[in-house]
Design a protein around this ligand. Structure first.
Ligand SMILES: [Ca+2]
Ligand SMILES: [Ca+2]
Length: 222
């Protein structure tokens, strides 16, 4: 039993520690019903499609603030994200919108998350995402996630769904672009969508079961 107890402890610790995995990025996606648009591949997340937000010129709805706009189509200052076979035909978010000195949009969440997913269109080297929780906890530039980050509007290398996993807990995201533009759609947030944490009761039962087996084996041996 002396040798088995540490083993049980290590196993339980290993199961629990999946909740504290290092931050990582992947490019998995699911398709929206239109068969073209990229969205989060995870089921237990909340997705903002921007479709129910009116395409208000330069005016951000409640919950968002800054110099951006929900838009559709492509103009000289913003290009619809490119999907499997063509551009996004729905509303999406473009930052910045006008030429003011403010080049970012801030999104405040009423709870904390450690996952963010977004369909990032025409990724540019001057695009950046900041994750905050009182202070900044993580940040990524366009070149970090989609080199060459040259803003190509029809290339899958620069139009992809990006999943940021196992981030430090954040309740605010700042989307910044020092030039035109940062375009995103189907913004998703969640907590450990890639590895739901086992219920404590499940762990206890599992541990108790292992301990029982160990005792049984020990008695048999003796
Ligand atoms: Ca949309
Ligand atoms: Ca862009």
């Amino acid at each position: 039993m002396k040798k088995i107890l540490p083993a049980i402890f290590l196993l339980l610790f290993g199961m629990c520690s999946t909740a504290w995995a290092a931050p990582s990025i992947n490019y998995g996606y699911a398709l929206m019903p239109d068969g073209n648009s990229f969205t989060s591949p995870y089921s237990n997340v909340t997705v903002e499609t921007f479709n129910s937000i009116a395409a208000n010129v330069g005016l951000m709805p409640t919950g968002y603030s800054g110099n951006g706009s929900v838009v559709s189509g492509s103009t000289g200052t913003h290009a619809a994200p490119y999907g499997l076979n063509g551009p996004d035909l729905t509303n999406y978010l473009a930052v910045p919108y006008s030429g003011s000195s403010l080049k970012s949009v801030t999104i405040n969440f009423n709870t904390a998350y450690n996952y963010l997913g977004l369909w990032w269109g025409s990724v540019d080297g001057y695009n950046a995402i900041f994750f905050n929780n009182g202070s900044q906890v993580a940040s990524y530039g366009g070149s970090d996630v989609a080199p060459p980050a040259n803003g190509d509007q029809g290339n899958h290398l620069t139009n992809l769904y990006v999943n940021f996993l196992d981030l430090p807990s954040f309740n605010q995201v700042v989307l910044q672009s020092t030039s035109y533009a940062l375009e995103i759609d189907n913004l998703a947030v969640g907590i450990n969508p890639n590895h739901p944490v086992p219920e404590p009761s499940t762990l206890l039962l599992f541990g108790a079961g292992l301990a029982g087996i160990s005792v049984y084996k020990l008695r048999k041996k003796n």
